[in-house]
Design a protein around this ligand. Structure first.
Ligand code: DSN
Length: 415
């Protein structure tokens, strides 16, 4: 039982060490990735993974759940506090699982969901063609305005009046601007739809007051816990009391089995961390860093979708550079800068190629980087993208990136 991973399975151990080195020595600008605290990592690898606990606190299908109940109740009470929520469900395994449970709770097969087009910044789980919601529900999409590249509420209202949705989803994985949820509530009320806000990307900004809060407006709010919130990989559902039992039943037994108690405990830890003053300072720095990075990228001539950012991410349009998002992400990775390709609004390229990249600042901010580093990284990105055939430059930059990373270690005591 006490044999270490290195002795038990040197092969896995070696890959793990290499992944740690990759993380330590590269600049992660994927806006949905982050580095949780050692406390979160510790509890994720704890004995809580041993326990089955189908059901909810006080109503389990297994014996031996005294401490499991305590953990889940603690996670719930902390979550209710930071989200100012009437009810939360902390069992969703992921953001997608949370969203699927909402559809199960609120809709009948064939009902209409109105959601943001994937190529305009939406998310697969909001009903993209290749997903389960698409086979069960009628999906209608809205997009962003061609000029402003932001939401046009008159247009969205007209689409809603035309398609009579039972559920409107406001939420995105690549929308760099702040969202005013009062407009969405008004539209949902006009057409008699439920309003769901998926805030997986921006939840850290919301709980620290740096982005408008959907909880007073939406019937349900879904989120993940591992992006700006910097907790374990997982999902959470926030709702009004009148929907609580429908939503809990839709998670278990509706769409999930046994809860991941190690992850629920890690969620409890991150909800506690999110109440600290340092967490607010951290979120403020994420936004300041995103603005500094946006400025640096723009100064050297890159076009940013909507002109900039109010959040933790930036959407860069590469179409004038004759570069695809796919090629850009590949050559940046060779230089040690890790971004993801991303569709931009009205993208002529398919989602596997794209015309954009989506850099974000949560992970680098966790490492302690500030505006001067963002300025420098913006210049580096521009340099690489301006000379896509220059392998020598990428090799040189790989060593500059490594030097910068070594000044900002992620986990100082992990080797
Ligand atoms: N895959 C996440 C993202 O990168 O935005 C969303 O689930």
């Amino acid at each position: 039982m006490s044999i270490s991973l290195a002795q038990n399975d040197p092969e896995v151990n070696e890959i793990l060490k290499q992944e740690l080195q990759r993380q330590q020595n590269s600049l992660t600008l994927i806006p949905s990735e982050n580095y949780p605290s050692k406390a979160v990592l510790e509890v994720e690898g704890s004995v809580l993974i041993d326990k089955y606990a189908e059901g909810y606190p006080g109503r389990r299908h297994y014996q031996g759940c005294k401490f499991i109940d305590e953990i889940e109740e603690l996670a719930i009470s902390r979550a209710k506090k930071i989200f100012k929520a009437e009810h939360v469900n902390v069992q969703a395994h992921s953001g997608t699982q949370a969203n699927i449970a909402i559809y199960q709770a609120l809709l009948k097969p064939g009902d209409t969901i109105l959601s943001l087009n994937l190529s305009h910044g939406g998310h697969l789980s909001h009903g993209n063609r290749s997903t389960l919601p698409h086979t069960h529900y009628r999906i209608v999409n809205y997009g962003v305005d061609r000029e402003s590249e932001t939401f046009n509420y008159e247009e969205i209202q007209a689409i809603a009046e035309n398609c009579h949705p039972q559920l409107i989803i406001v939420g995105a994985s690549a929308y760099p601007r702040a969202i005013d949820y009062s407009h969405w509530r008004r539209i949902a009320d006009e057409v008699g739809a439920y309003l769901m806000a998926d805030v997986a990307h921006i939840i850290g900004l919301i709980v620290t007051g740096l982005h408008p809060d959907p909880v007073p407006y939406a019937n349900v709010v879904t989120t993940t816990t591992h992006k700006t919130l910097r907790g374990p990989r997982g999902g959470v559902i926030i709702c009004r009391q009148n929907l609580a039992s429908r939503i809990d039943r839709a998670i278990f037994p509706g769409t999930q089995g046994g809860p991941f108690m190690h992850t629920i405990a890690a969620k409890a830890v991150c909800f506690q961390e999110a109440q600290r003053l340092e967490f607010k300072e951290y979120q403020q720095q994420i936004v300041s860093n995103a603005k500094a990075l946006a400025k640096s990228l723009r100064e050297d001539g890159l076009r940013l979708v909507s002109g900039g950012t109010d959040t933790h991410l930036i959407l860069v349009d590469l179409s004038k550079k004759s570069l695809t998002g796919d090629k850009a992400a590949t050559i940046l990775e060779e230089a040690g800068i890790v971004v993801n390709k991303n569709s931009i609004p009205f993208d002529p390229q398919p989602p596997s190629i794209t015309s954009g990249i989506r850099p974000g600042t949560p992970a680098l901010t966790t490492r302690g980087m500030r505006e001067p580093e963002m300025q420098l990284i913006g210049k580096w990105i521009n340099k690489i993208l301006s000379s896509p055939e220059d392998r020598t430059l990428r090799k040189k930059m790989r060593s500059w990136v490594r030097e910068l990373c070594q000044q900002f270690p992620i986990y100082e005591d992990l080797k």
